[in-house]
Design a protein around this ligand. Structure first.
Ligand code: HEM
Length: 618
């Protein structure tokens, strides 16, 4: 034993007694020995222990007959309810081992804290100093590594969809759609495929309250037997723009004002007023059920774009994907949403986590709308992401059920690093000429190379599960596999990897001159309003009223009247009465006849603060 600078009795690293495993301590057990605990570890309560400290824990554990896996299952979840029923180890077992990765528990059975290099650590609390008051010694390797790693532990947030949460689930086919597609995951009724999903806000940022008005993402990565398929859904069937070139401008208008760093609703409505193809999505966004969903479980989602399905006879069909919540689709009204935002900014993530822990697994029905290929070339809105296909013309066809049933255990590894892309498709599911979709094909992998790194597809959550990707790609930062194959190029007398012509997609028709086209059906009448008017017409009265309330509350904060005037003209083009109701509600607010408590507090203080001189108290 040696005396450490802090006076804690320590064994030297390497003198640890064999056969004395130091397994993770349970909060419950710790309560039984608080004195001993504090004497030995200061405030440390659980987790990895430095190797120099003797623990009485193994004895306790042996007495209770607990295995380490049982212990990890008993750990309380970070949100304070239920118990985690899965560990990363079990998750990786389920999908097969990652080549070259030795699971930690195979080698480190003693739960001793180590450096990244594996070297056991003898003391964790204090830094190595010259004398008790003295400066740090650079040779404190534990300190150096700890700080270096800490300083690099964040990666850039997603540019949009930054705020979100994730979970795993199972997709099960309930209806035979093999006449439309040969995709492996759909080829048999009853067949199940695992997936990971990420729910997100679009413009909200990490740390924002999750009940802020925002469209939502519902992205799914299906680990199919013929590779991963990503379905990137959002909770509106239409998008705000129809050309990828407009995407960054629209996002800029909906995010913070770069001059002040603050949200600026005037710029948002200004964008919509001047890009009315986005009115359709905006109208949906200002309903309660879409803009402020009660739960991620109570929202529908849509693939938005037109994709292709290709069957085994190589026939192509145009398709739109729908995910219909089996919990129903509900939202907070604006006042509830604000209250919940203040009370629990993580409300939506917590709700999802909790429901899964309680085995109350949310479900969605996957439905499709199908359009024959030739008809698609003639239909004006086949490839326009700002328009819907009417259900009466293209009825919903059931495909299967998604059940979200397993929480992640490591948010960073499984949710921050998960990377979706509309370009991640499988045989039997393909693309369309939709130019917004085409524009998105490049950008997702590109942004993920920036956000995560060039080999992001090799990470556990992103790689296919159950099959090994085979290709001749080599190297790059953080390249994981150890390749032992030759030839490492295609077309060689030595053999090697070969393509299979059965996976070639049939061509689709392209006509016209290379040029800059504003709308897909250029030259014909640009109908911006009829679908938005239909949407308004079918809303129940209460929803109509709340929609107008929500828009009026937002207009109240717009600082330029000409923006409001232009927006009112757009609403009037859809329905005069709609514009009229918004105008009346806005007037009432401006006259102070109607304002919520939180708005009053905000307004009053803002006005007082503006007029306050330096010495005046409020
Ligand atoms: C030009 C238009 C668009 C641009 C510029 C754009 C850009 C982006 C970017 C930069 C990300 C973050 C990716 C990451 O870092 O992992 C993202 C995520 C996402 N996008 Fe888009 N996007 C566009 C259109 C759409 C459309 C039309 C949809 C509708 C289906 C969509 C659905 C999603 C979803 C669901 C995510 C979240 C994925 C996740 O949870 O990680 N996006 N988009």
């Amino acid at each position: 034993m040696q005396q450490s600078p802090t006076g804690v009795q320590q064994q030297q690293v390497g003198l640890q007694q064999p056969n004395q495993p130091q397994l993770q301590q349970q909060p419950q057990q710790l309560q039984q020995q608080p004195q001993l605990q504090q004497q030995q570890y200061g405030k440390q309560t659980s987790g990895l222990q430095p190797s120099g400290i003797q623990s009485t824990q193994p004895k306790l554990q042996q007495e209770q007959g607990l295995e380490s896996s049982q212990l990890s299952q008993q750990l309380k979840c970070p949100l304070g309810y239920g118990s985690d029923s899965f560990t990363s180890k079990e998750v990786s077992k389920q999908f097969g081992k990652i080549p070259g990765v030795i699971e930690q528990n195979e080698i480190n059975r003693q739960n001793i804290i180590t450096r990244q290099t594996g070297c056991p650590i003898g003391h964790v609390k204090d830094s190595l100093t010259s004398g008790s008051q003295g400066p740090l010694c650079v040779q404190d390797l534990d300190l150096l590594e700890k700080l270096q790693h800490f300083n690099t532990e964040k990666i850039p947030p997603r540019n949009v969809h930054a705020l979100g949460t994730g979970a795993y689930g199972t997709f099960t086919v309930t209806n035979d759609i093999s006449k439309y597609t040969c995709a492996d995951l759909f080829n048999q009724v009853g067949k199940s495929t695992q997936f990971i999903t990420r729910f997100s806000g679009i413009f909200t940022e990490v740390g924002d309250p999750e009940t802020t008005r925002d469209p939502r993402g519902f992205a799914i990565k299906f680990y199919t037997k013929e590779g991963n398929w990503d379905l990137l859904g959002i909770n509106t069937p239409v998008f705000a723009v129809r050309d990828a070139k407009a995407g960054p401008d629209q996002v800029h208008a909906f995010k913070r004002d770069p001059r002040t760093g603050c949200w600026n609703i005037t710029q948002t409505w200004d964008y919509v007023a001047n890009h009315p193809e986005g009115l359709h999505q905006m109208a949906m966004l200002f309903t309660d059920r879409t803009g402020t969903p009660l739960s991620y479980r109570t929202m529908n989602a849509y693939g938005c774009h037109t994709f292709s399905l290709v069957n085994s006879a190589k026939e192509r069909f145009w398709v739109k994907f729908h995910l219909v919540s089996q919990q129903g689709a509900f939202g907070f009204n604006q006042h509830e949403a604000k209250l919940v935002a203040g009370e629990d900014p993580n409300f939506l993530s917590r709700d999802l986590y909790q429901s899964i822990e309680k085995q109350n697994f949310p479900r969605w029905k996957m439905m499709i709308q199908v359009m024959p290929e030739e008809e698609g070339y003639k239909h004006p809105w086949t490839f326009d992401a700002t328009k819907v296909w009417k259900h009466a013309d293209y009825p919903l066809i059931e495909v299967g059920t998604l059940e979200v049933n397993r929480n992640v255990v490591d948010y960073f590894t499984e949710v921050e690093q998960v990377a979706f892309s509309p370009a991640t498709v499988v045989p039997g599911i393909g693309l369309s000429p939709d130019k917004l979709l085409q524009g998105r094909l490049l950008i997702y992998d590109y942004t993920q190379i920036h956000r995560i790194g060039p080999n992001f597809k090799q990470l556990y959550v992103n790689r296919p599960h159950g099959i090994e990707p085979m290709n001749n790609y080599l190297g790059g930062n953080m390249y994981i596999p150890i390749n032992d194959s030759f030839p490492h190029y295609t077309g060689s007398a030595f053999g090697g990897l070969k393509p299979n012509a059965k996976y070639i997609d049939p061509p689709f028709k392209v006509t016209g001159n290379c040029g800059l086209y504003e709308v897909p059906n250029e030259g014909s009448f640009e109908d911006l309003y009829s679908q938005v008017a239909d949407f308004w017409k079918i809303l129940p009265e209460k929803d109509k009223n709340n929609l107008c309330d929500n828009i009026a509350a937002s207009f109240f904060r717009v600082t330029e009247q000409r923006v409001i005037d232009k927006m009112l003209q757009h609403f009037a083009q859809c329905d005069q009465q709609w514009a009229q109701i918004i105008q009346t509600k806005l007037k009432e607010r401006r006259e102070g006849k109607w304002m919520s408590e939180s708005e009053k507090v905000c307004m009053n203080y803002a006005q007082q603060l503006l007029t306050m001189t330096r010495r005046e108290a409020l």
